[in-house]
Design a protein around this ligand. Structure first.
Ligand code: ATP
Length: 351
């Protein structure tokens, strides 16, 4: 097992800065997720850690050793991409054993290791099949088994589940998490899917435009976002952000509820809420509408959990509230979070 530490990592493609001065470190056995929109530099960052892309500046350290000048094969990492790139003419056994055969390992030892990896991913019965005879989920497991069979010290995964349908994705996610916990191998996982990131990560690195916006546990990035980008990228529907003077007042849809429902949750901020649409999602209900004139008739959304039976109608105005503790303030200019308990209109001057 090894830790990965990167310092001041930057990558230019011609004039374009794809990764901009990123520093971060994994923890022992951690599942770290790189999350951000398409083009934010996640893959480039992962490829620099793998040694497939040369940094323009900065340092990559794996297991205490600077690896900037080392080729991928001696970094003792395993990488799985979105396209699993299995060898189509080889059986599953041959695919999984390929890295070991390349190391000229003894036949018996190879059999032992392939058996172990196949068992780990529940594909023992598929060893004689060719990739075209496998489902998407099975192929994905073969790719993971092939990556793991060498027991790398770091596991790098780039959207490995994105070819699977939603149901299979959920079960693959669960398997992957279980497996990672069992082996305890430090894992860095790239995704643009925030649900996946929240479900898998011990910590999430939220990125945008080549920069890190926040590193935190799923709870932290959801409940204590560092800026408006994180507040709106994580969570669906995103955090409501309403302009009030120099600040943006943010609150999650599930905190924005009728007075009667929120009563007993401390001091409440009140709003007149004109409901325009009620969307029944089977479990949750989403309530769309606008705040009153005092708040510039800004659009906001509320989410009712299944246990909230409060009657609500489109076309009516209801008194809605947010517990003060759930209100997050952001600088209107920079989008950066303003420390808690600072009254609206008095940003703390941080830039
Ligand atoms: P996605 O989720 O779409 O895969 P990403 O966050 O992984 O996106 P990267 O693939 O790292 O993003 O790309 C970051 C930026 O660098 C993009 O603007 C991309 O166009 C650019 N880029 C990536 N690779 C190259 C390359 N080889 N040459 C030139 N530009 C590149």
């Amino acid at each position: 097992m090894a830790l990965v530490r990167i310092t001041g990592l930057t990558k230019y493609f011609n004039d374009h800065k794809a990764v901009d001065n990123i520093s971060l470190a994994t923890r022992e056995g951690e599942f770290l997720v790189l999350l951000g929109p398409s083009g934010c530099g996640k893959t480039t960052l992962l490829r620099m850690i793998a040694g497939l892309e040369k940094p323009s500046s900065g340092e990559v350290v794996i297991g205490g050793r600077v690896v900037n000048d080392l080729p991928p094969r001696v970094r003792n990492i395993a990488m799985v991409f979105q396209s699993y790139a299995l060898y189509p003419h080889m059986t599953v056994f041959k695919n999984i054993s390929f890295p070991l055969r390349a190391l000229k390992m003894e036949k018996e030892k190879i059999n032992e290791k392939v058996e172990w990896a196949a068992q780990m991913f529940g594909i023992e019965q598929l060893l004689n099949r060719k990739p075209r005879e496998l489902s998407g989920g099975e192929r994905q497991r073969v790719a993971l088994a092939r990556a793991m069979v060498r027991m790398p010290s770091v596991f790098l995964l780039d959207e490995p589940l994105s070819n699977l349908d939603a149901k299979l994705r959920a079960s693959a996610r669960e398997e992957l998490q279980q497996f990672q916990r069992q082996i305890g191998i430090t894992t860095i996982y790239v995704t643009h899917d925030q649900v996946e990131a929240m479900g898998l990560g011990n910590r999430i690195v939220v990125m945008n435009h080549g920069k890190v916006r926040q590193i935190g546990t799923p709870w932290e990035v959801y409940h204590e976002p560092a800026d408006t980008f994180v507040a709106t990228f994580v969570g669906s529907p995103p955090m409501n952000l309403t302009e009030q003077g120099d600040v943006l007042v943010g609150f999650r849809p599930e905190s924005f509820l009728p007075l009667e429902v929120n009563q007993g949750h401390g001091e409440l901020k009140q709003f007149e809420f004109e409901v325009s649409l009620v969307e029944d999602l089977g479990g949750d209900r989403l309530i769309y509408g606008r705040l009153d004139e005092q708040f510039g008739r800004q659009r906001v959304v509320s989410r009712f959990a299944p246990n909230i039976n409060f009657p609500i109608e489109a076309g009516r105005t209801h008194l809605f509230t947010v517990p003060e503790g759930k209100v997050k303030l952001f600088d209107r200019q920079t989008g950066v979070r303003i420390e808690k308990n600072i009254p609206a209109g008095e940003p703390d001057g941080r830039d």
